[in-house]
Design a protein around this ligand. Structure first.
Ligand SMILES: NC(=O)c1ccc[n+]([C@@H]2O[C@H](COP(=O)([O-])OP(=O)(O)OC[C@H]3O[C@@H](n4cnc5c(N)ncnc54)[C@H](OP(=O)(O)O)[C@@H]3O)[C@@H](O)[C@H]2O)c1
Length: 228
């Protein structure tokens, strides 16, 4: 890469987002690390060095995301890609047995948060024919009994396709990365037979590294539990 490109990552404090930050910095990108856990992103920024900027904030807060992008572009001159990855699950499963207060917070993070990232990032991405990547899910590709989380990810998949059409008008690209279960803090108990965060980060980097003529619209990856 002749000049360093810059990537804004939401949900960068752990799991898929943190690992993608590590791999992007190793590949020569500057990275903005956005999440609520100030201590964790500060620690990651310290680990990864000058190419990073810790940007504490809540994705459900539109102004916080706009302010973070303002700071990031102020430091590195612009952005070439945004990875809308922040997301959360719910503890009460199903619809009848679900908790509407949990749905409220989850939908504000997983749906409105993604829209706020796109709305704040697009003016910058347009300037560089940039790339929007978003974390969908296997749960956004198939029906899961009563799942409101899954329904929110169906929104993400639908939105990503629509945004790809909008961005292509000015040479931009949009990718939804849809993993099955990944071994992250999303779950209380670790399980090595799930995908690893690096598997998902590899997919993100593949989409970002594709030649500008190729818009990788979707990457769907599942754990191969019988791999041995
Ligand atoms: N793990 C899986 O099996 C799996 C499968 C498919 C898709 N996904 C999706 O992958 C994405 C990343 O999850 P993960 O598996 O890497 O889990 P994780 O380790 O729990 O990471 C979630 C990240 O999102 C951030 N986040 C959550 N709510 C936020 C908010 N309101 N504002 C800002 N940041 C917020 C968290 O940071 P803070 O708490 O510090 O804010 C954290 O950095 C999510 O969108 C998730 O739905 C996960």
């Amino acid at each position: 890469m002749p000049e360093s490109k810059t990537l804004f990552i939401t949900g960068a404090s752990s799991g898929i987002g943190a690992q993608t930050a590590r791999q992007a910095v190793a590949a020569g990108w500057n990275v903005g690390l956005f999440a609520r856990s100030e201590d964790k992103i500060a620690k990651l920024a310290e680990e990864l060095g000058d190419r990073t900027l810790a940007l504490p904030g809540d994705v459900a807060d539109r102004n916080a995301q706009a302010a973070a992008l303002d700071r990031l572009t102020g430091k590195f001159g612009g952005i070439d890609a945004a990875f809308a990855n922040a997301g959360t699950g719910v503890t009460a499963s199903g619809t009848e047995g679900g908790d509407p207060a949990e749905w409220h917070d989850m939908i504000h993070a997983n749906v409105m948060g993604v829209l706020y990232t796109a709305h704040a990032a697009l003016p910058y991405l347009r300037k560089r024919k940039g790339h929007f990547v978003v974390t969908g899910s296997a749960a956004g590709r198939r029906h899961i009994k009563g799942s409101i989380y899954g329904a929110a990810k169906w929104f993400v998949h639908g939105f990503a396709g629509n945004l790809a059409e909008e961005m292509s008008e000015w040479g931009g690209r949009c990718t939804v990365v849809a993993p099955g279960m990944v071994d992250t803090e999303f779950f209380d108990e670790p399980d090595d037979s799930r995908l690893h965060p690096s598997d998902v980060a590899d997919a993100v980097m593949h989409a970002l590294d594709a030649p500008a003529r190729a818009d990788v619209r979707e990457i769907f990856l599942m754990p191969n539990r019988n791999a041995g």
